[in-house]
Design a protein around this ligand. Structure first.
Ligand code: PXP
Length: 249
């Protein structure tokens, strides 16, 4: 079985919000991704609404026919929006106001009661719940204890280690291989607990190969690299190329 690809289209909204206008359309982007073969659409509704807006979630809910995954912080406001709009899945992520993008996984161990409360409300409404965590045994156990059906393993560290061609040699190569093993071990552990395993953050056409070979990972959430490439080759082709890259098993 090949891994599923959910395309994160936040950056289409980032361009739109740069001018506070109506283009490029997030809806057109979602439809093109689906037509290109994406298994789902992911968006992150941030507290500061820097890209995706509340109305986008409502429109996407009407338009997305594959799978709508909304990333959000485990706050009362966000859970309320999810309960109203009913995406197929919610991915709970940490959020801090000044970050450029999500920095690492959610600390479920330290925020257990709050996370469990959010998971319970979402699951009671029939929404599938994933938690974005670092590839760490304790965090996986806590996510399971909180009632999540899926963990999304944070690949930010792996992405950093594989970012430049310099990192792909010598010591850098060894560190990247060690991080790949950390992710593999975490994926095996989460699966052994009966959880579905996803991964994401900073993944690219160049670094996805080693992770797509980890068969316990059955879903990838990828945004920045696909939207960046789409500027030059178009969104349909950019998505198709990433689907192909995810099939390296
Ligand atoms: N998964 C999660 C939980 C994220 O927060 C993000 C970034 O929004 C991604 C995956 C996608 O990361 P990238 O845009 O670097 O591919």
């Amino acid at each position: 079985m090949t891994a599923k690809l959910n395309v994160n289209i936040d950056h289409v909204a980032t361009i739109r919000e740069a001018r506070k206008t109506i283009e490029p359309s997030i809806i057109t982007a979602a439809v093109i991704c689906e037509q290109a073969g994406a298994n789902g659409i992911t968006v992150h509704l941030r507290g500061d609404r820097r890209h995706i807006q509340d109305r986008d979630i409502e429109l996407l809910r009407d338009v997305v026919t594959t799978y709508l995954n909304v990333e959000m912080a485990a706050t009362e406001e966000m859970v309320g929006i999810a309960l109203r709009t009913k995406p197929d899945a919610v991915s709970l992520v940490p959020e801090s106001p000044n970050e450029v993008t999500t920095e690492g996984g959610l600390n479920v161990v330290d925020n257990f009661e709050n996370v469990k409360d959010a998971v319970t409300k979402l699951r009671d409404a029939g929404i599938f719940v994933s938690i974005f965590i670092d590839p760490d045994t304790e965090q996986i156990n806590a996510a399971k204890g909180a009632g999540a059906q899926q963990v999304e393993l944070c690949t930010a560290e792996y992405a950093e280690l594989t970012l430049s061609s310099r990192a792909a040699h010598g010591e850098g190569e060894q560190k990247a291989a060690a991080e790949t093993e950390r992710i593999r071990t975490a994926a095996i552990h989460a699966k052994s607990l009966g959880m579905i395993v996803a991964a994401g953050h900073g993944l690219t056409y160049r670094n996805i190969g080693a992770l797509s070979a980890i068969t316990e990972i059955t879903e990838f959430n990828i945004g920045h690299n696909i939207i960046s490439r789409s500027v030059f080759v178009g969104l349909n082709q950019a998505v198709r190329e990433m689907i192909e890259a995810c099939q390296n098993r």
